[in-house]
Design a binder for this molecule. Sequence first.
Ligand SMILES: Nc1ncnc2c1ncn2[C@@H]1O[C@H](COP(=O)(O)OP(=O)(O)OP(=O)(O)O)[C@@H](O)[C@H]1O
Ligand SMILES: [Mg+2]
Length: 375
Amino acid sequence: MQPVRLDSLSTLNYRNLAPCTLRFPAGVTGVYGENGAGKTNLLEAAFLALTGLTDVTRLEQLVQQGEKEAYVRADLESAGALSIQEVGLGRGRRQLKVDGVRVRAGDLPRGSAVWIRPEDSELVFGAPAGRRAYLDSLLSRVSARYAQQLARYERTVSQRNAALRGGESWATQVWDDALVRLGPEIMLFRRRALTRLSELAAEANAGLGSRKVLTLELTESTTPETFAADLASRQAEELARGSTVTGPHRDDLLLTLGGFAATEYASRGEGRTIALALRRAELELLAERFGERPVLLVDDFSAELDPGRRAFLLDLAASVPQAIVTGTERAPGAAQTLRAHAGRFTPEGDAWELPDAEVPDELERRPEVLAERDA
Ligand SMILES: Nc1ncnc2c1ncn2[C@@H]1O[C@H](COP(=O)(O)OP(=O)(O)OP(=O)(O)O)[C@@H](O)[C@H]1O
Ligand SMILES: [Mg+2]
C-alpha cells in the first residue's frame, strides 16, 4: 500500500507559529519543547493542510492575534503524484486550493492524516455528541455521499427546530418529509460502516494488551422503518421542548468493554486505551478505503504515563510510513527531531532545516490563496 507523504508544511500567521516552511522526511519526526511552544498548533496546522479539516468553532481562533488572515500549505505526495494543498483562513471563511485550483473542503483527499490527542479520552467519557462527531467525521471522510446527506439532514433539523420553537406545528410537515427521506440513509450507512469499524477497534484494543473485549454499537433513537411514525407520535413533546427528539442526530455510539458500557464503567486508563483503539481503527479504515497509509500525527506522547500505551503510541508511529510525534521530551528513535520554542522549530543535528527565523520567499508576498479572496 502506498503512503501519503508530507514533504513540507508552510504556515503564515497561524496561531503562535512563526512563518516557516518545515520539511519532513519519511519515518518519525519528533517535535519536543516546553508547554505553550506551539507543538499542538503545528499538528493542527498539518492536519488542516492535509485534510482541510478543523474542529475549532470559530476559524478566527486559528489566525494569529493581531492579524486578519492565516495560511497553511502542504506539499505532499499522494497516489504517486506530487501536489500542493493550500488553505487560507480569515473572517469566518476558509478557502482551499489544490495545485492552484480552488476546491471545496470535500474535494481534498480525505484519508491523508489521522490525529491522536490526549483529549481523545473524552470520546469515551464525554457526552454522546463527541462520539457522534467521531463517527460522523470519520464516515464523512470515507464517503462524500454520507457527508452530503448528513449536512442536509442537520440543516433540516435546525430549520425544523426553529419552526417548533415558533410553535408552528403546521410548518413541520415539510421538514418531516425531508427528515424521513434523509434519515434512513444515514442510519443504514452507519450500521454498515460500524461492522468493520467495530472489528478494527476490537483488534486494536486487543493489540494494546487489553484482555477485555471492546465492542462498538449504535444506540439508535429510532429505526429506518419506524422513523416517520416515531416523529409523528412525539410531536406534542417536540413542540413543548422546541426540538427534534428522535432521529440519527440523537444516536449514540455505545462502547462496551468486557460487556459493560465503557462511558460509565471503564477506568481512566481503560478509557485511554479504548480511545487509542478508536484512532487506530480510524487509521486502518481510512487506509482500506483509500488504499494509502495516512500521515499519523501524535500529540503529546509524553502525556501518556502508562508505559504500555506509551510504547504502543511510539510503535504505532514507527510502523507507519510517516508520523509526527510531539512531546515535552524527545521521542526515541526519530528520523528527525525538531526543538520547539516560542512558535519556532529548529531541527537538531540534521540538515533538513531552513535557517531559524528566515521567512521563505513564497511567504513573504501575501500568498495568492489569500490575495484572491479580495478580488
Ligand atoms: N490565535 C492565536 N494567536 C496567537 N497565539 C495563539 C493563538 N492561539 C493559540 N495561541 C498560543 O499558542 C501557544 C502554543 O499553544 P500549543 O497548544 O501549540 O502549545 P504546546 O506546545 O502544544 O503546549 P503543551 O505542551 O502545553 O501542550 C499558546 O501559548 C497559545 O496561547
Ligand atoms: Mg500541546
